[in-house]
Design a protein around this ligand. Structure first.
Ligand SMILES: C[S@@+](CC[C@H](N)C(=O)[O-])C[C@H]1O[C@@H](n2cnc3c(N)ncnc32)[C@H](O)[C@@H]1O
Length: 330
């Protein structure tokens, strides 16, 4: 019997991941966001005894849970790290040298927060329950959300709310949050939600069936605290370098900011020129073929059964053999 969180956690776009990232019996898989191991469990269930699966996550609680869920599976290795920096870690390089010298068959990146993080009030990610203003995916590293907020000016906070949450009322919300902080009224997730609701009241939004107006502010602060967007393009490019020819990368994103970065990076690696003018100033290397170029969304049944899947989009690229002809035109 799985502990409660794992039984509540349903990996998103699972069928699409299994179909679009086929893993041969003795395949090599790199899962850069292991989470609670939901995708890992399903992929390993279909793989053979000779398969090897490396799961990376920055969250020690997620790693422990995933290990317990999949523990004892000799095909699995779990490493602490982030997808921005894992590439230089000796333990990662050892695994690649030992288990995947020719590259891996599949890389999976399922971005964002896990249900474990969201549903645990002590992690401070959600305004559904009172908890400390933490929001760190790795609770052993970096400032908490409260510490991060305390270091912001009104302008820098408004910029983050707008840039990472697309919040149009960013300036008054930033003022309200910093006022609450200055008055000693900002310690918990509910305090932060209340500071937003003083600018964008909850009731009218609720009556119109809209999302809680605090959602965008929580997303923005979480992205800022965890530096979620800064290294994403570099991580996608590094992952592509690890694929063997014919190997596939799948990236699941949950909001337009992430998806834009993933889409642009994959297009660039596929040799598609998106810059100004009709042609690229110099030929673009073509490392990838795009599979389902618009990305895949959840089918109706999944969207109804598993609400987090509604905003998910899976983008897939397939590694081409080295040195295919570069593209010079769009
Ligand atoms: C959506 S969950 C993954 C769920 C997983 N696919 C499953 O089925 O259980 C995202 C996970 O990625 C981790 N994560 C987010 N950003 C990361 C990063 N930059 N490096 C490594 N792990 C990261 C989070 O800690 C979280 O556990």
């Amino acid at each position: 019997m799985l502990p409660v969180i794992e039984s509540l956690h349903v990996p998103v776009l699972l069928q699409e991941v299994l179909e679009c990232l086929p893993v041969p019996g003795d395949g090599r898989v790199l899962d850069l966001t292991l989470g609670l191991g939901g995708h890992a469990q399903a992929i390993l269930a279909r793989a053979g005894a000779g398969a090897r699966y490396l799961g990376v996550d920055r969250d020690p609680q997620a790693r422990a849970r995933a290990f317990a869920r999949l523990g004892g599976d000799p095909r699995l290795t779990v490493l602490a790290g982030t997808y921005e920096t894992i590439w230089d870690e000796p333990a990662f390089q050892d695994w690649c040298r030992r288990e995947a010298p020719a590259g891996v068959d599949a890389v999976l990146m399922d971005l964002g927060v896990s249900s474990l993080q969201l549903k645990d009030p002590d992690r401070g990610f959600s305004f559904q329950a009172e908890g400390p203003l933490d929001m760190r995916m790795n609770p052993d590293a970096g400032p908490t959300a409260l510490e991060w907020l305390a270091a912001q000016s009104e302008e820098s906070l408004a910029d983050a709310l707008y840039g990472f949450g697309e919040e149009r009322a960013s300036r008054p919300i930033a003022r309200s949050i910093l006022r609450a902080l200055g008055e000693g009224r900002l310690a918990t997730t509910l305090d932060l939600a209340a500071a937003v609701h003083r600018v964008l009241p909850l009731e009218p939004a609720r009556r119109r069936g809209r999302i809680d107006p605090a959602t965008r502010t929580f997303q923005a602060i979480r992205i800022a605290v965890n530096g979620e967007l800064a290294g994403l393009a570099g991580a996608v490019a590094a992952a592509v370098q690890r694929l063997k020819p014919g190997g596939r990368l799948g990236v699941i994103s949950f909001h337009s900011l992430e998806d834009r970065i993933v889409k642009q990076t994959l297009r660039r690696l596929a040799g598609v020129y998106d810059g100004p003018g009709r042609t690229a100033p110099e030929p673009l290397p073509r490392l990838l073929k795009l599979i389902h170029p618009g990305g895949l969304k959840a089918q109706d049944a999944e969207a109804q059964a598993n609400p987090p899947s509604r905003s998910a989009r899976l983008r897939i690229g397939e590694r081409l053999p080295s040195n295919p002809s570069p593209r010079t035109a769009p």
